[in-house]
Structures are given as structure tokens and as C-alpha cells.
Design a protein around this ligand. Sequence first.
Ligand code: BGC
Length: 472
Amino acid sequence: MTPRCSSRFYLYGVSAIAAIAGLLFGFDTGIISGALLFIQQDFPLSTLMQEMIVGSVLIGAMAGSLASGHLTDRFGRRKLLLIVSGLFVVGTLTAALATHVSLILIGRFIIGIAIGMGSYAAPLYIAELSPHNLRGALVSLNQLAITIGILCSYIINYVFTSTHNTWRIMFAIGLIPALLLSIGMLFLPESPRWLIKQNLTDKAMTILRRLRDTEQVKAEVTDIQNSIQIRQAKFSEIFSPWILPVLGLGAMLGFIQQATGINTIIYYAPTIFQLAGFENASSSILATIGIGVVNVLATVFAILYLDKLGRRPLLLTGLTGMCLSLLGLSLTFHLGADGNDLRWLAVACAFTYIICFAFSLGAILWLLVSEIFPLEVRATAMGVAVFNCWLWNFAVSASFLTLLNAMGPSQTFFFYSMMCVFGLVFCYYKVPETNGVTLEEIEINIRNRVALRHIGQTSEDPACPKQYSPLT
Ligand code: BGC
């Protein structure tokens, strides 16, 4: 059911407000590399302490994503996002006003919890509000917001690097989106799917009518009711045989998104550009801003085309491009990019890599993990998948510099390109096309144990089962 104009406007507005959580995700993960330089002027930091300040956000995010499954089922998607915005405010204030380095650690950890919860609750909330034909674009607004947040942090890092000792202001700028999220969430509706699960069907119908701009929401409500009519799943059920394959798919996608090396470039781009021979720090930071810009633009492309071209073609093309770009990067370092013209090739490869990531794994991971899990275990299972993504984010970003020292840049990027080959083969055989199919149809297929690759087939497809089979 495609919403008409005014409801479409409302739907985009609601999704955009929820996606501010993504903006904070991008901003707070990106700002630390610049802020760290100045924190050291106020508090002398050992290398371990620097790593702890950087890692505290990622560890907080792991904790947040694990906890959010339970919390979002209990309190609802909307309330959880309100809690997230509150945590962003508290964490940012603690870090920005810190009088001791331990308070920076605590503040960044709280921000991490908010990022972990938000990275999970925002796409889930948006997916549950969206009609199936706009779901790809709307959920990907969250990824767009992440990339805008990263770009803002790069720009702020650049602006402040050339001025004064202002790490507190750099952190505090994050308060603006955090407060916007808090205020915005007060006015947003709860997810109709969560309301129906709580037997608040009338309320859900009112919200759906507003979102779809039509009185004809009965069929959608019946679909949702059907998908939750069967007994409620317990936590342990996410490991039962009918869910396990799809849980494995979600966890594997999180692994692939991170193990193919995205954050080696997002977090360490200036270092890589310096290695390639851009000795002047400001030219490598400027090139990094370029990375931030193409990341945003390619995500806009994903938003425009995900619901037209489908998830799989973008995913497979993107992974191929990422692999080739990393091979190119590896080759330029192998041939000795060091201040000569090859450094431009290194920059070009980093740019094509980011573009290919942004229109594929960047947007599609968050979309697929919000789509593939059956409603009654969606929150918990999605929490596990998102946790895995943060776990590997931490592992890859914490090990990158060590790998670089041990193997050199050429072999390090070759290693990540091989992870892309693995990702490509896995996605080719396992990732379903979920374009144009409702979340309930996906669920029917999972319950009927349709092979993973085909859980996105629609009910119009004669091969697709129409009934829920009882759980075993
Ligand atoms: C990833 C982040 C990454 C960002 C880059 C997100 O989808 O989860 O780890 O930094 O994309 O745009």
C-alpha cells in the first residue's frame, strides 16, 4: 500500500527524526580521532588510555545492542529511542565537562551504549512503520544520517585542528542532534507492529491510518496479527532450528560489513593517506573530508535505487567493487606509493572503495537485519546481529594498526580484499532479495523453512507457501 502525499510527508518526517540516532552514531564515532589530539594537552594520556577512550564507545555499543533487544520489546520502540536520546545527552555532558580522564571514559561509554541501542532501535522502528515498497529507502535514511554524522565530525575535526584547544566544544556539538532527537521523539507514534503485539490494536490502527493516509488498513493489521498469533517465543527460541539459519545470516552480515575493513578507512583515513605520501597533515585531512562527502553521496544513490534495483544487485556489485578497490590499494602500496603519482591512485582506490561500500553493505546491512527476523523474536535476534557487527567493528579497528605494522599496508589491504571475496560468495549463495515483499511474507517463508536465499519470495509466487506452519 503506497501512502499518498501528506502521509508520505509524515512518514518521511517520522523516519528522519528517528534517523537522528544514526547521525549521532556517525558523529560520535568520527569525532574522537580529532578530539583525542587536544585531550592529550589537558590530560597526559598513555597509549593504553588513548585506546581505551577510542574503544570505550565501541564496547558501550556492544553492551547497548545486546540490552536493547529485551528493552525494546518491553518498553516499545519509541520509548527506547527516547531513552537513547537521554543517554546521548548525559554521555555527551559527562565527556564534555570532564574534570578527570576517567569521566571522559565514562561519558564515552554511555554514548557508546546509546549508539548501540540506537543503531538497532532506529532501523527497527523505521522498518516497522514503513509500507513494503518504501521500506528500503526509509530504513536507509538511518545509514544516510550515519554518513552525514561522520562527515560533520570530519569537518569539525578539520576546523578545530586549525584553531584552538577545544575538545570540549567538539564533544558538546553532539548535544544539538541529541536534544533534537529527544524533542522529536516526544511527538512520534509508537510502532504499530509493537502495539498489535501488546494487543493495542485500535491504537495501532489509528497510527497506521495516519501513516498510510487511508482507512483501509485492516488487511495490514490482519497480516501483522497473523504473524504474531502463534505462541510467543522465549529468548532461547532464537536458537531454535527454524530461527537459527536466519540468525546466522544476520550475524554473518554484521561480520562481513566490518571484516571487509570499512572502518580502517573511516577511522584511519588520514594515516593511510600519509602512508601513501601525503606528508602534509592538512591535505590528508582534506582528502578525508572528500571520503566523507562521497560516502554521503553514494548513500543517497542507495536510497534512490534500493527499492528499484533490489538489495542483491547492489550488494553483489558493491562487494565486487570493494574487492577490486582494495586490490588496487594493495597494489599501489606494493609498487611503492610514497609521495609519487601512485599516491593519487591510492586516493582513487580509497574513494571507489567507500562508494561501493556505501551503496551496498553500508545501507543494506541495517536494512536486512531489520527485515529478516520474525516479529516475535525480531527484537532479540536483531540485537544479536547488531552486537556482532559492533564486536567485529571493535576487533577490526583495534587490530588495524597492529596488522599495518606487522604486514605492511599492501598485505593488510590484500587481506581485507580476500574478506570481500568471502563476503561476495556468502552473499551470492545466502542473501535473499527482500525488495517488494512484506515483513509478514518473509516471516511465513521462514516459518515454512524456505531456504534462506528464497525467504524474500512474495505470496504471488506460486512456489511460495501461504500458510504458517506450526512451530516445531
Ligand atoms: C557501519 C559503520 C561505518 C559506517 C560508514 C555503517 O553502516 O556500521 O561501522 O563506520 O557505515 O558509513
